[in-house]
Design a protein around this ligand. Structure first.
Ligand SMILES: COc1cc(O)cc(Nc2ccc(C(=O)Nc3ccccc3)c(OCCC[NH3+])c2)c1
Length: 356
């Protein structure tokens, strides 16, 4: 099995790191792996602590032998996550690949899934639903701008961090059409209840338009606590989606109903666009401005305070540290930079302890 990614690890001091005798040696040399917090399909997710900084992370572990035909999905996701760095997207810190395993070290989101948050509250007040919906819009507008469609938007793929902010996860089904976002896609994927009519009818579809439909289903779930289209039998569920009729509970405001109607438009050409969504009155209500979807943590705009902290820690000049970080090997250096940055963005300063 050839390596998905790059050659074996090159440690900071330039000495080639011997390939791990056990599949876990490399990851265990930098992280303390703890309990499993998620599993499904071909992956499991463990909580872990980054030994150098003491920061918590999540480690997604996959066995290449079990992946089979799904191996390309992992490559897609890693490529996407390296390009999509945003305050409402779970950050990929590091990738470790051994003969049989792939480890993805990812941002820690202790608030768990938005799905569980909605269930615990039954349904959300309009103002809280709006706060979350604006964060979802910010993440999805950003990935569309970068030429990606997520294609599996649902509450299970939105996690809460410890500031109760949303982070989009799981880019395994993401698509980046070579011809740009106007190009049609064919693959039917994602979760049925959130899938757009043009997708379930097997027609060609545009990723951005399908994502907007899924966000409409998401917004409905936030406001109502149940799904607009639901059925135990997939064929019946598909019929309901194609019909596009759903209940409007009495607690929904006229503004909410209007927005949902424009998003859950069965004709993708008549469906509201991302540009119109970002300035929709319901989305702007109670907020000073439109949704800020640009990234606050773009890789091409290095945080000099994090670089300075790393230069001191690794005994390098700031220029040399800048050069090393901007190689973006997604090794321990990338992980340390992003861990420092995530603390910086949240307004807390992470001091790295003296190196042993
Ligand atoms: C882009 O980010 C991704 C991609 C991906 O493929 C998978 C994940 N999975 C994650 C990431 C973080 C957590 C997490 O931190 N969960 C957590 C931590 C403490 C308490 C409760 C939850 C994660 O959790 C597993 C899913 C939760 N049911 C999955 C991110």
């Amino acid at each position: 099995m050839d390596f998905l990614l790059k050659a074996p690890e090159i440690a900071i001091n330039g000495l080639k790191q011997n390939m791990a005798s056990s599949e876990y040696d490399v990851i265990r040399s930098r992280y303390h792996l703890k309990e499993t917090i998620g599993s499904g399909g071909f992956a499991k997710v463990k909580l872990a602590t980054h030994l150098a900084s003491g920061e918590k992370v999540a480690v997604k572990i996959m066995d290449k032998r079990a992946l089979g035909d799904d191996l390309p999905r992992v490559k897609t996701e890693i490529t996407a996550m390296k390009e999509l760095v945003h305050q409402h997207i779970c950050t990929l810190y590091e990738v470790v690949e051994t003969k049989h395993k792939i480890f993805m070290v990812i941002e820690y989101c202790p608030g768990g899934e938005l799905f569980d948050y909605i269930v615990a509250k039954d349904r959300l007040k309009e103002s809280e639903a709006r706060k979350f919906f604006r964060q979802i819009l910010s993440a999805v507008a950003y990935i569309h701008h970068k030429g990606y469609a997520h294609r599996d938007l649902k509450p299970e793929n939105l996690l809460l961090d410890d500031d109760q902010n949303l982070k989009l996860i799981d880019f395994g089904l993401a698509a980046r059409p070579k011809g740009g976002m106007e190009q049609h896609l064919d693959t039917c994927c994602g979760s049925p209840a959130y899938a757009a009519p043009e997708l379930v009818s097997g027609k060609q579809y545009r990723g951005a338009e399908a994502d907007i439909w899924s966000m409409g289903v998401l917004l409905y779930a936030l406001l109502c606590g149940f799904l607009p289209f639901d059925d135990d039998h997939v064929a019946t569920l598909y019929k309901k989606i194609l019909k596009g009729e759903y209940e409007e509970p009495r607690w929904l405001s006229d503004g909410s109903c209007d927005l949902l109607k424009q998003m859950l438009q069965i004709n993708p050409k008549k469906r509201i666009s991302m540009e119109e969504l970002l300035i929709h009155p319901w989305v702007k209500k109670g907020h000073s401005g439109t949704v800020h979807w640009n990234s606050k943590c773009e890789k091409n705009n290095l945080n000099t305070e994090c670089i300075a902290e790393m230069a001191e820690y690794y005994g390098k000049t700031k220029d040399d540290m800048m050069t090393i970080v901007t190689q973006w090997h997604y090794d321990e250096i990338t992980a340390v930079y992003f861990l420092l940055l995530n603390n910086f963005v949240r307004g807390c300063r992470l001091k790295l302890p003296p190196r042993s």
